[in-house]
Design a protein around this ligand. Structure first.
Ligand code: PHE
Length: 502
């Protein structure tokens, strides 16, 4: 090959070259690829279509097309179809059908027997002629496309694409035979041998190897981003290790009545062992009980006229029932109680901001946007005289920091037993083409804050939002079950583009 290139500079096509030299074409291609990787030669891909006659095609060239063979076997006076089938052998079936289609032959019934007769005096076997032309020229170029299609369909011709290479001298042609090296070494530099060395060209198009190091699950990555945003805005993180909660902190402390449907086993996973929480602060329990039953009635301040409670007999046993927390608002009620306790013990009130991101559990039917175990992003701000405007501003600001996908946020009034007013917020999922609820919020009711011991002018704005849904919106997941749960593809942790970002 070297001699060939040195004299002519180019090998126009490896197919004729390999047959002239007696090389196998596939072997020659292998050699070319290896030489090209060292830039000794340069290659260009070629492809051409080659036409071959099949076994049936060859036979039609020598004896005629099946229909012409059958025609020639029909004598002037006609022949019984059964007999014709016998004498025509392999050509019989297709040949007779084609000859009848071309109106060369016709079948008549004479005394119940089928007789095949000639319908024309003589015929021209165009199929045979076309195949002869192809076999002589070695190409189907002269055939009309429709004729070529017929020959292919009848299995008389086959067309194959042959891939080959055009070969010319490469950048390192003159170093042919010298092994090129990939790396410049310290030794080559100190001894000066790099001057004689041939180096492999750099392939700047090559893809890097995927790093083998560990990476965070996409959801944990987004959790880290959320956390970062809260920390930047001066929020402190709440304690959320308590997956098992008492109904007291999950519901009662939040002024959620004991008959509320969310406290049903259809919505909540209750715990069998241990079924009951041991202790709840006694004084606080008493105040929560009284607020559920009669609100502020009998108190000597403005709360007396503000709330009449739910008016039922509150059960301590019910409040002790253990469950898997249904929302991280249970962590907010515990945190707020602790803040109130410090205040009651004489500590000075200071505005504070808290957040948490952790798992919650609901006895739900699973679908593309619901899981029974998922993550909630919870937060509250406690200060004097906070309003709904503060709440909406805080949430809009959070989503603005999260990304442009959330530029359109919609607020919608809703109801929670523990907030008044209450607002859901919705974001647009471009992939699903619809608005999805991403969170719920509100201003905590005095029936929640007063039993804890907060004064009248202290207010708390709060929210609970999904971690999974904004992640789906931001990274185009259409099904929550592809993101989190026991069915996810673990490769996601290594291959999803999000996990590459720091
Ligand atoms: N706990 C509510 C939920 O799970 C969210 C919420 C938190 C609403 C705080 C208002 C205030 O949907």
């Amino acid at each position: 090959m070297r001699a060939e290139l040195t004299s002519s500079g180019v090998i126009a096509d490896t197919v004729p070259f390999s047959s002239a030299k007696g090389f196998g074409h596939a072997d020659l291609i292998g050699v070319c690829k290896s030489l090209a990787s060292n830039s000794f030669i340069a290659t260009e891909n070629l492809s051409c279509e080659q036409t071959h006659l099949t076994k049936e095609g060859e036979s039609a060239v020598s004896v005629g097309s099946p229909e012409a063979v059958v025609f020639s076997l029909v004598p002037e006076q006609g022949i019984g179809q059964d007999e014709l089938n016998k004498v025509a052998g392999a050509a019989a079936k297709a040949g007779l059908a084609k000859a009848m289609q071309s109106k060369w032959l016709a079948v008549e019934k004479v005394d119940g027997a089928k007789i095949v007769k000639r319908a024309v005096g003589s015929i021209t076997d165009t199929i045979q002629q076309q195949l002869k032309d192809v076999s002589v020229s070695g190409s189907a170029a002269a055939l009309a496309p429709a004729d070529l299609a017929v020959l292919k369909k009848r299995g008389l011709l086959s067309v194959v694409t042959v891939k080959s290479l055009k070969v010319s001298k490469g950048a390192a042609f003159d170093s042919w035979g010298i092994k090129a090296v990939a790396d410049l070494t310290h030794e080559m530099l100190t001894k000066g041998t790099w001057k004689e060395q041939v180096f492999k060209p750099l392939n700047l198009e090559a893809e890097g190897k995927p790093p083998t190091g560990g990476s965070l699950h996409p959801l944990m990555k987004v959790k880290a981003m959320f956390r970062e945003i809260f920390l930047e805005c001066g929020f402190e993180e709440m304690q959320t290790q308590q997956y098992v909660e008492s109904s007291f902190w999950n519901f009662d402390a939040l002024f959620q009545p004991q008959q509320h449907p969310a406290r049903d086993a259809h919505d909540t996973f209750f715990i069998k062992t241990p079924a009951e929480a041991p202790t709840v602060p006694a004084e606080y329990l008493e105040r929560v009980k009284r607020t559920h039953e009669v609100g502020g009635e009998g108190l000597a301040d403005e709360f007396a006229s503000k709330s009449r409670g739910w008016r039922y007999d509150w059960s301590e046993a019910e409040s002790r029932k253990n469950l898997l927390r249904t929302h991280t608002t249970a962590a907010s009620s515990r945190t707020l109680y602790q803040i109130a306790e410090k205040m009651r013990a004489g500590g000075e009130f200071k505005p504070q901001k808290y957040f948490s991101i952790d798992r919650v559990f609901r006895n739900e039917a699973l679908d593309a946007t619901h899981l029974a175990e998922f993550h909630q992003v919870e937060g509250f701000i406690i200060d004097r005289n906070l309003s709904l405007g503060n709440l909406m501003g805080t949430i809009a600001d959070f989503y603005r920091r999260l990304g442009d996908e959330f530029a359109d946020l919609k607020f919608k009034p809703t109801y929670n037993p523990y907030t008044e007013p209450s607002m859901e917020f919705h974001a647009y999922h471009a992939g699903l083409g619809k608005w999805v609820e991403v969170g719920n919020s509100g201003v905590f009711r005095p029936e929640m804050l007063r039993p804890m011991g907060f004064p009248e002018d202290v207010s708390v704005i709060a929210w609970g939002m999904s971690l999974e849904r904004p992640t789906m919106i931001k990274y185009g997941f259409k099904n929550i079950r592809d993101l989190f749960g026991h069915k996810i593809d673990l490769n996601l942790v290594r291959t999803h583009p999000i996990v590459r970002w720091t």
